[in-house]
Design a protein around this ligand. Structure first.
Ligand SMILES: C[S@@+](CC[C@H](N)C(=O)[O-])C[C@H]1O[C@@H](n2cnc3c(N)ncnc32)[C@H](O)[C@@H]1O
Length: 285
C-alpha cells in the first residue's frame, strides 16, 4: 500500500531537521578528498511545488521553510543549506533530500536514490535530470529496505545512508530495525541517518514507537546519537509534535555541530520550538 505523498508535507519542520542534519553529514564527508557513496532509501519525488494543490491543502510548509524568509544564518552548514534552498524557493519549490545530495556531489562521488511509488519515481527522475550536478546518480525503482541491503557495502565504502520511510504502517518501525541490522553486518562503518516522527497519543498505537525503535537501534552499535526538534508540547496532543534523526556511526564532532545548528534554527520555528541532541550509546574508548 503506497498512499503517502510527500508533497503534502514538504518543507515542514520535520524536513528542516532532516535536511539540515543530512547537510551536516555531507559536509563532514567532504572534509576529505576521498570519494563517498550516498544511499537514500526513500527518496520521494525530489522537488515539491509549494504553490501546488498538495502543499496548499495542508500548508505544512508554514511550520518550516516559510518561517525562514529573510533568514541570515550564521552557522556555516545552515549557510550552505540556505544557499541550496535559495535556488528553489524563489520559484516556489522545495528541494527534497535527493536534490540536496545532488547539489553536494563531487566528480567521483556516487548517489543511489530509491523510490517505490511509480508516479513519485517518475517525478524523481525528471527532477534529478533537471538539476543533475557532478558525480554519478543512480535512480532505482525498488524497495529501499531491500535495495540498501543489496548495495551494502558499496564502492567506495565511505559514505552515508538516509532512511526516511513514511511510517504509514506500524510494521515500518520493525522493517527499519531489520534493515539497519543487515546493513551493519555488511557495512559496519556506514553512517546511517534515520528520520522518525514524534507522535502524541492521538496517533494511537504508533505513539511511542519511534522511542522504542531508537532504543533498540542503540543496542546494535556503539555510537548512536539522536537529535530532536519539537515544535509543540506532547501534552497538547497535536499528533506529530516534532521529529528526530537517529545517527548511527556519526562522524567526529557531528554531535556538537548538529547541536549548534539546531540551537540557531529552532528559535526561528516559534516560541515553543525546542531542540536537543543526546547520545543514546557512546563508545568512549
Ligand atoms: C518521507 S517520503 C521521502 C522524502 C525524502 N526523503 C525527502 O527528504 O525529500 C517517503 C517516500 O518513500 C516512498 N516509499 C514508501 N515505501 C517505500 C519503500 N519500501 N521503498 C522505497 N520507497 C518507499 C514513498 O512513496 C515516499 O515517496
Amino acid at each position: 500500500m503506497l498512499s503517502y505523498l510527500h508533497g503534502y508535507h514538504a518543507g515542514n519542520h520535520a524536513d528542516l531537521i532532516k535536511h539540515t542534519t543530512w547537510m551536516a553529514v555531507l559536509d563532514r564527508l567532504q572534509q576529505k578528498a576521498k570519494p563517498y557513496t550516498l544511499i537514500d532509501t526513500h527518496a520521494g519525488a525530489g522537488c515539491y511545488p509549494l504553490d501546488g494543490e498538495q502543499a496548499l491543502k495542508t500548508e505544512e510548509f508554514k511550520t518550516g521553510v516559510s518561517l525562514l524568509q529573510d533568514w541570515q544564518p550564521e552557522h556555516p552548514i545552515l549557510v550552505r543549506y540556505q544557499h541550496v534552498l535559495s535556488g528553489y524557493i524563489n520559484e516556489q519549490q522545495y528541494p527534497g533530500s535527493p536534490l540536496i545530495s545532488v547539489s553536494q556531489l563531487r566528480d567521483a562521488d556516487q548517489l543511489h536514490l530509491m523510490e517505490l511509488h511509480p508516479t513519485e519515481y517518475e517525478r524523481l527522475r525528471q527532477s534529478v535530470k533537471r538539476h543533475r550536478g557532478a558525480g554519478h546518480t543512480h535512480i532505482h525503482h525498488r524497495d529501499g529496505f531491500e535495495g540498501v541491503i543489496a548495495l551494502s557495502p558499496p564502492k567506495p565504502n565511505r559514505g552515508a545512508i538516509l532512511i526516511d520511510p513514511p511510517y504509514e504502517q506500524r510494521k515500518e518501525y520493525d522493517l527499519v530495525i531489520q534493515a539497519v541490522e543487515q546493513i551493519l553486518k555488511r557495512w559496519p562503518q556506514a553512517q546511517i541517518v534515520l528520520w522518525y516522527p514524534l507522535l502524541s497519543k492521538r496517533a494511537g498505537d504508533k505513539s511511542g514507537q519511534s522511542e522504542k525503535m531508537c532504543e533498540t537501534l542503540s543496542q546494535l552499535q556503539n555510537n548512536v546519537l539522536k537529535a530532536e526538534l519539537c515544535i509543540d508540547d506532547p501534552i497538547n496532543d497535536t499528533g506529530m509534535y516534532g521529529s528526530g534523526v537517529c545517527l548511527i556511526n556519526p562522524a567526529w564532532q557531528l554531535d556538537s555541530i548538529v547541536d549548534d545548528m539546531l540551537r540557531e534554527l529552532s528559535p526561528k520555528l516559534g516560541d515553543t520550538a525546542k531542540a536537543s541532541v543526546t547520545w543514546l550509546n557512546k563508545n568512549d574508548t
